[in-house]
Design a protein around this ligand. Structure first.
Ligand code: NAP
Length: 247
């Protein structure tokens, strides 16, 4: 069985991706930072449906914890085939000049450095150059990379812009080593992240401006992630799927 690591899979888009990946035959590593009970519930659901999964606690903003996450995956499942760089954070909406340096550091470490560290560890295991058998990396960016999120969270948007550049560069660097690198750019998905941004009802406020006139479901993003992670997308690398209801 192929193994998939999904960062931040205790809830939201990561949890939906874990359930779908297991249903599609992956052994799934459900990474989480704090919410052990939620991560274990996802694992229980997968196992109850005949799949394979483990929950692994690791704050991926810390290098030593990323290394622990990958080592535990090696020990329990091996055969790493996919990394879903999903975990990400958002802070309270505010104007740019009101943001302080500790906020920039938290956002950039959690949304950029952590993804870089996870990709580095995945490449060491999956690249043909390192004796691996190839694989896929799917980065979870955001449409904010294109809109810039003015008056809300330009820092977050810029961190996702970095993820887009990272996706393009890494896809070209790894193309002849058996690893494809792609990204999804969601927006307006019903998850808890909007509460962290200080506006739990953000989607309700904006839904009339979305062509499909509704927010999206985590499972709808998971479908795009799974396609990019699977052989079904075998001729796509360095590409992006926007999952935004048309906006
Ligand atoms: P969410 O519901 O807030 O879930 C975030 C997940 O990431 C949780 O499982 C959390 O774990 C985990 N996490 C956060 N920091 C972590 C860290 N340092 N180490 C390990 N795990 C960490 O978020 P979501 O809406 O599903 O978002 C998932 C991804 O989609 C993010 O990259 C986000 O930027 C992106 N996105 C979301 C939307 C949207 O509308 N929802 C739109 C565009 C992009 P704990 O629960 O254990 O803390």
């Amino acid at each position: 069985m192929k193994t998939m690591i999904i960062t931040g899979a205790s809830r939201g888009i990561g949890a939906a991706t874990a359930l779908l990946a297991a249903a599609n035959g992956f052994s799934v590593v459900v990474n989480y930072r704090n919410n052990k009970a939620a991560a274990e519930k996802i694992v229980e659901d997968i196992i109850a449906n005949g799949g394979k999964a483990i929950a692994v606690q690791a704050d991926i903003a810390q290098e030593r914890e990323v290394i622990k996450l990958f080592r535990e995956t090696d020990t329990v499942f091996g055969n790493l085939h996919s990394l879903i760089n999903n975990a990400g954070i958002l802070e309270k909406q505010m104007r740019f000049e009101d943001m302080d340096i500790s906020r920039f550091q938290r956002i950039f470490t959690a949304n950029i450095t952590a993804q870089f560290l996870c990709a580095r560890e995945a490449i060491k295991r999956m690249s043909l150059k390192h004796g691996g058998s190839g694989g896929t990396i799917v980065n979870v960016s955001s449409i904010a990379a294109k809109t810039g999120a003015p008056n809300e969270y330009i820092d977050y948007a810029a961190s996702k812009g970095a993820i887009d550049s990272f996706t393009i560069g890494l896809s070209k660097e790894l193309a002849d080593e058996g690893i494809r690198v792609n990204a999804v750019r969601p927006a307006f998905i019903h998850t808890d992240i909007h509460t962290d941004g200080g506006e739990p009802n953000r989607i309700e406020r904006l839904k009339e401006s979305i062509p499909l006139k509704r927010g999206g479901l985590a499972g709808e993003v998971a479908e795009a992630i799974l396609w990019l992670a699977s052989e079904k997308s075998s001729y796509s690398t360095g590409t992006f799927i926007d999952v935004t209801g048309g906006r």
